[in-house]
Design a protein around this ligand. Structure first.
Ligand code: AMP
Ligand code: ZN
Length: 113
């Protein structure tokens, strides 16, 4: 989608530190890490937010969670644990309107909620 930061990253028009890619998913380091390990996992398809998940694209979402699990294992953080975060919409604090899941770990995270 035009003028979408993450679509541009996926297309290689804006540089990123890629950690994983397949036909449906792209994962890269967050530019402003909030933990020692902070990776964003995004669908290649432009889905705006959790509000736009449908029966048709739900397969991609479950695939994203399999990728999250594999990335955590590969990074050596799975055993100690990590946090998966999604911010949805304005009140949720979403700043990029292309669905993304944060993986945060590599250290003891501050308690939230
Ligand atoms: P959110 O606030 O949940 O929408 O998360 C957006 C995330 O994108 C933030 O953690 C930003 O640090 C991150 N971000 C913004 N621009 C870039 C970029 N060019 N490359 C990597 N991460 C980015
Ligand atoms: Zn996009």
């Amino acid at each position: 989608m035009e003028n979408c930061l993450f679509c541009k990253i996926i297309a290689g028009e804006i540089p990123s530190q890629k950690v994983y890619e397949d036909n449906r998913v792209y994962a890269f380091r967050d530019i402003n890490p909030a933990a020692k390990y902070h990776v964003l996992v995004v669908p290649k398809e432009h889905i705006e937010s959790v509000n736009d998940i449908t029966a048709e694209n739900a397969d991609t979402i479950s695939h994203i969670f399999l990728v999250i699990k594999k990335l955590a294992e590969a990074a050596g953080i799975a055993e100690h644990g990590y946090r998966v975060v999604n911010n949805c919409g304005e009140d949720g604090g979403q700043s990029v309107n292309h669905l993304h899941f944060h993986i945060l770990g590599g250290e003891k995270l501050k308690t939230q909620l």
